[in-house]
Design a protein around this ligand. Sequence first.
Ligand SMILES: [Zn+2]
Length: 349
Amino acid sequence: MYLGFGSIQQVITDKELWEPLARLADYYSVPRTVNEARVFLRQVCGLPETRATEAMRILSQGNYLIPYDTLGYDERYSRPALLYELSGTRAREVQDRLSRSHVLFLGCGGIGNLMAITLVTSGIGHLTLVDDDRIELSNLTRQYMFTESDVGELKSTVLARELARRNSTVEVTHLEKAIASLDDLESLPAVDLVVVSADTPGLTDLVNTHCVRAGQTWMNVCYVNDIAVWGPLVVPGVSGCWDCRRIIAREPADDPQLSAVISRINHRYQAPSNGPVNMLASSLASLDALRHLGRFGTARSLNRRVGVWTHELLLDWQEAELNPACNTCGAYSGQTSRSEYASRGESVE
Ligand SMILES: [Zn+2]
């Protein structure tokens, strides 16, 4: 007998429990107390006390029992609430944490559009959008919050306007600003999560240095040709940072001439972009951002940079675990207690 599907799925091999569990599920078609369920298993299904306890333990361990008002307590978020409950967390608490979270996007292009709309409609309390770019016709293949009539307008302004239309309870701030230095980053508000959703050369290195110093969580989301990429989710002092391991190719430091040529080529490179790969990276990164901020489940990009190779449909990742000898975060590691993070129920391994 299969009880539930997906990550909560349990195979019940004990045939004696099949009918009682099925009848109990039917009995639960309206809200019942745990005590009522126990009495039902004993008196109606005829299970002895120990077996009734065992059946209730299966339901409890599998996160199948949820508070009776989960679906109705707040219509707007009632459907994701079921996922939070099935993940073993109380939906009200998750929603409350999301509503108190502040996320900052560096870049309002394809990734910024799609992640921002996902977080805003999920009930994140405050978003700050940073970008000084204007909308171009070639953006419309993936930056779905923009229309033809928005061409020429500032991306951050238009995105903020569109987000406000999707959820009036969310506070959206927009800054028309280019980020080129650590000083620029230091002038930004302190937030719960920084998302680097721009492909400005060198930006990830700057953000990593800034966030490690400031003890601020951040993640990079992008695509590399056909690969949808997200992570690592860097939680300073807890998980590996961008510099802990070699996760991106660098120009050869010991050959200045070759390095200069490669740098020129890379700066000239126009990355191919398309809607579906963009959506895939944004979707999976948003799920991790929600998991981290709402604390349901573990962000899959903690300590690794994950990629879906869309041509091959392969899931791959690069290890990005904490390296105590890291030049960037080594001195800061341990500032946030790993045990404190683990007490949130999240794996730091
Ligand atoms: Zn590091």
